[in-house]
Ligand binder design. Sequence first.
Ligand code: NDP
Length: 244
Amino acid sequence: MKLNKTVLITGANRGIGRAIACRLASEGYDLALHCRSNIGELESVAQSIEKEFGIKASLLQFDVSDRVGTKAALEKYLSEFGAPYGVVCNAGVTADNSFPAMLGEEWDGVINTNLGSFYNVLHPLVMPMVSSRKPGRIVTMSSVSGVMGNRGQVNYSASKAGVIGATKALALELAKRNITVNCVAPGLIETDMVSEDVVENALKVIPAQRMGKPEEVAATVSFLLSEGAAYITRQVISVNGGMI
Ligand code: NDP
């Protein structure tokens, strides 16, 4: 069943973003899928979605930490397709190090990608969404690390805590416009982002005693995008097996 609603997902070529794309396609959303570098991988996600669900996604490629390039790519998208119904700000990176050893580039890279992208991606999209005068949805991706802090991730925790603050503030600004803004905070999820050496220790603090699956994060994002979630805004939903 086609919904005639488009959702733009950043970082959709792999990991959690790819799982979100597949889940939303299975529910009949039209999709705009984004990646930074691996356009071949993104094309194969789009092909499998088209084959399985008959959804032809449009593809976007830009670095979310590059404000000028992101704006240009999104304005081009908007001029062709108009404002999307939903945006999922999923793209993110880590550059872990103990704080005394942390390089300036590790701080800047993570802050500019994970938090800078909130402005870079959403600023060009929000006014067109408001002007469309239709209900809308924004979902951002934080982390358990942004909720409670995590050693070796001072940069990442700061960026993901910043995403929570920005999400809650934007939710206040857009609530009257029927656009909800919520944040998903995953725990430890099986993707390329998680290196094997952290898993053993991390499992000790996960009551569910396992890592989460990208599909389990995608299910929460899908719920927040649904019509049934129209009265949920300014919230942080954790998907973490009971970690906090
Ligand atoms: P992956 O490393 O598997 O994928 C990261 C995605 O982000 C890729 O699509 C990548 O694109 C994209 N990306 C990274 N940097 C940029 C950039 N500068 N510009 C544009 N795109 C970029 O990560 P996950 O799927 O695990 O993570 C997705 C989100 O979930 C992130 O925000 C992450 O912080 C968050 N998260 C993940 C957790 C986990 O345990 N996995 C836990 C908590 C939160 P490309 O491949 O082209 O580089």
